[in-house]
Unconditional design. Sequence first.
Length: 283
Amino acid sequence: MRSFPGPVAVITDSTACLPTSVAERWGIGIVQVQLQIGDQFEEENRCDREKVVRELRAGTPVRTAPPEVAAFFWAFQEAASKGASAIVSVHISGRMSETVNAAREAAQQVNVPVHVLDSGTTGMSLGLAATSAAKVAAAGGQATRVIDAAERRFRGSREILYVDTLEFLRRGGRIGAAQAFLGSAFSIKPLLTLKNGEVAPLTRVPGQRRALNKLVDLAVECAGEQEVEIAITRFGPDERDLEIGGRLRARVPRIVDSTLVDASMILGAHLGPGAIGITVSPV
């Protein structure tokens, strides 16, 4: 059983892209978002990543769904049974998923205070926010301090995304303002961000190599002279992310930490195989 290291428990969802080792170290509860491949529904952690990539490339319908309210209820109950006096539950943007609403409904059914936060983002912007909150909780911080730590992180973080095609976002209904990029020539690669809780366009660049160069340039510009953590998120095996990581470490002057993680399969289902994201998060 997972143990929670402080009087305040921190819970997030699987779109946070947190490696298991990080979640276990800081006692972060992770509620699994659901993935539907064809006719089969499974919680994300029960899905095979390589199979999801294959099915997406083959054109098989792959859809996502929020966790059941019961999944949140039992996560909150577990935290309470381990001695948590309060719970901070921080989740993917409510404009992208009903996950945060499921958490709110479950929060009304438990006997400890549950503070449900809509992060307005996802990916490692969410993951780093949950981790910062859990570190404050582990140090004995009360709920208000834990909430402040999460909010400061997800409000300050920036997601910059490269996708090979907008088709998967279009299929999943998550294309948002990036719809303006539909109809571009196949060789034009879109770079995206998250704004106002949904996917938004940044720029279009001819060719994959130039697009990835621009991805790095934008991340460097975003970091500036701040102390930052940087996370590179990939969906599908790819050596480009290793090169990108090296270039960022060489060009960003004040990197406190850098991480390479596999994207949540939930996010991958919408971004498509070959997607690469960079999270820049001031510390």
